[in-house]
Design a protein around this ligand. Structure first.
Ligand code: SF4
Ligand code: SF4
Length: 443
């Protein structure tokens, strides 16, 4: 056990508002009559459908085949009949080819769903293959295929795994509850990751605002060689991959680099839990925990939800709106995506639905920059947000690039702290898009 409190330079202390749900046990939501399962829920190539309208499918059956190495398959989250394979609105704001399934409410298990054997008997390749076949992609939000993370290039020597239990985003508590309620599964998943990578050292990193999670994880990890629970300061964005690595190992991921460049692999606690289920039960990633929260939700909850359940069903299950909703976000308030409809399915990366009342979302007047440098002080990537933003707003993306716009992790700390309400993260995001588009054109 490490009693030291670890952190990184910069960051902010927003109102966390986690008390709305952090003591509420995970509740299994009734399975809906219909699910809409997008064939792209991960970073990388979308899946090809392997079912068609009229087919009968079982719970856990593969319905979309991964295309390419950076891709994962998609599975049915219910048993029933395929109604359609067609483009449907996706939380990313695009229309994505999706499998619509009418639920027969029998939950008939697919024959492939069976335990994969003792961890001790599985090879590293067996574990990576189980993870890939279970459709596991990072559940912290980025949804990067996990088997790819666990297959670093031969020239990268990974010696450390960090399980990310920081959950620094305000309002969200799905990871917190998972650690309190299923700590042994998370530790099992970490052991599988260590074995897949051939690594001996694993940390479970948790912010100190979750003492019950720290206690539960320490108990579950006690006596396991090389595994340690570490305490992190409560500060946003403590759960950012680069900030987490710096806090836990002191190593700095280079500009444009990846965690494997400094010998580290980071996985979310939800991912670790999904790996444990894939090995122990043979269950692919067909459900996840979603925090439904915000002052404009009548009864906020942590729900265990089948992938493909519509957001509107979750909100209805939580009693509907409390007053007039002002803003709907999937994820947390700092890095989540603003949505304009609840007619969207839960996907593998949906950690939360946040609904804020109108009075908390009124736009503030934007004033000229006073060069107070507060945005520079809080930037966890040591950038100069005021300059990058100014050049971006002036369409001078070349100079924005020289100020390392691409290193921005879009954490929003600069926008949060700016007393003049400058649209910093929005303009920097625009600069990143333009710079990357230019690079693609030149390639
Ligand atoms: S925090 Fe806002 S006002 Fe202060 S320097 Fe940055 S952009 Fe300008
Ligand atoms: S510039 Fe990017 S990384 Fe820095 S605080 Fe702003 S959003 Fe975060």
């Amino acid at each position: 056990m490490c009693a030291q409190i670890l952190t990184f330079k910069g960051g902010v202390h927003p109102h966390y508002n986690k008390e709305l749900t952090n003591r509420l046990p995970i509740e299994r939501m009734p399975v809906p009559d219909e699910v809409v399962i997008p064939l792209s829920q991960h970073t990388g190539a979308p899946c090809e459908p392997i079912v068609k309208a009229g087919d009968e499918v079982k719970l856990g059956q593969k319905i979309g085949e991964a295309k390419g190495f950076v891709s994962v398959p998609v599975h049915s989250s219910v048993s029933g009949k395929v109604k359609a394979v067609e483009p449907r609105m996706h939380p990313s704001g695009r229309f994505v080819n999706s499998v619509v399934i009418e639920n027969d409410h029998l939950d008939t298990l697919d024959e492939s769903v069976k335990p994969k054997g003792d961890l001790e008997d599985l090879s590293a390749d067996d574990i990576k293959n189980i993870i890939k076949e279970a459709g596991i992609a990072g559940m912290g939000g980025a949804a990067f295929p996990t088997h790819v993370k666990l297959s670093p290039p031969p020239d990268k020597s990974v010696d450390t795994v960090i399980i990310n239990g920081a959950e620094c985003e305000p309002y969200l508590t799905c990871d917190h509850r998972l650690m309190v309620e299923h700590p042994e599964m998370i530790v099992f998943g970490l052991r599988a990751i260590l074995k897949a990578l051939g690594v001996k050292r694993g940390y479970i990193a948790i912010e100190i605002n979750k003492p019950d999670a720290i206690e539960a994880m320490e108990k579950a990890a006690s006596g396991i060689d090389g595994v340690e629970v570490v305490r992190l300061a409560t500060k946003y964005p403590q759960g950012g991959e680069k900030q987490l690595i710096k806090a836990v190992t002191g190593r700095e991921v280079p500009s444009g680099g990846l965690p494997a460049d400094v010998g580290v692999v980071v996985d979310n606690v939800g991912t670790s839990h999904a790996i444990a289920r894939a090995i122990k039960e043979g269950m692919p990633l067909v459900e996840r925990i979603v925090t439904v929260t915000g002052q404009a939700v009548k009864n906020p909850k942590n729900l265990l939800v089948r992938i493909g359940t519509m957001l509107k069903d979750l909100v209805e299950y939580c009693g509907g709106f409390n007053g007039e909703p002002g803003k709907l976000i999937t994820g947390g308030p700092m890095m989540g995506i603003t949505q304009f409809t609840l007619e969207l399915p839960v996907i593998k990366g949906t950690s939360g639905i946040l609904i804020l009342p109108e009075e908390l979302t009124k736009p503030e007047k934007i004033r000229p920059c006073t060069r107070c440098a507060k945005c520079v002080d809080v930037c966890p990537m040591n950038l100069m947000p005021l300059f990058i933003s100014a050049y971006a707003l002036n369409n001078d993306f070349n100079t924005a690039e020289k100020y390392h716009a691409l290193d921005c992790i879009e954490c929003g700390s600069c926008s949060y702290i700016c007393p003049c309400n400058r649209p910093l993260v929005e303009s920097i995001r625009l600069a990143k898009r333009e710079i990357l588009a230019k690079r693609r054109k030149q390639a």
